[in-house]
Ligand binder design. Structure first.
Ligand code: 5GP
Ligand code: ZN
Length: 116
């Protein structure tokens, strides 16, 4: 897959008209099209990275930035007090379906989904 075919790269470039709920230098966030909770955001790097395990050590600052934006937006969405769940599916066995790294931010209800 090239960046041109990647749906999240298209979203990052603004080609699909998806509204951003948050942005930082190297990351953007938008609402999941099929929300699994009252709040379901996706935080993604602007740069195409297929999966977490492709980040490498030099990607540490990108990972930190994704988490910072996720936590800031969780607070902005009113999830700070009740709590929320961050999920990264890293590869097919984990259920990753879009191969552009993303952090799910889920909250706004008591979450019951099993982790494994
Ligand atoms: P994964 O299963 O790869 O961890 O999660 C991919 C997520 O991306 C799914 O929750 C799916 O609903 C979401 N998604 C897939 N295509 C689009 C899209 O075009 N726009 C948005 N906003 N979310 C998408
Ligand atoms: Zn991409």
């Amino acid at each position: 897959m090239t960046d041109g075919d990647c749906i999240f790269c298209q979203i990052v470039r603004g080609e699909l008209g998806t509204e951003f709920v948050g942005e930082s230098e190297n990351a953007v966030a938008f609402r999941d099209v099929q929300p699994q909770a009252p709040v379901h955001l996706l935080v993604v790097p602007r740069q195409h990275v297929p999966a977490l395990r492709d980040l490498g050590w030099e990607g540490g600052s990108v990972a930190t930035e994704l988490l910072e934006l996720a936590v800031d937006l969780a607070r902005q969405e009113g999830l700070h007090e009740g709590g929320y769940r961050l999920v990264i599916n890293d590869g097919p066995d984990a259920g990753q379906t879009v191969f552009h790294l993303h952090v799910h931010v889920l909250g706004g209800k008591k979450l019951h989904e099993p982790l494994g």
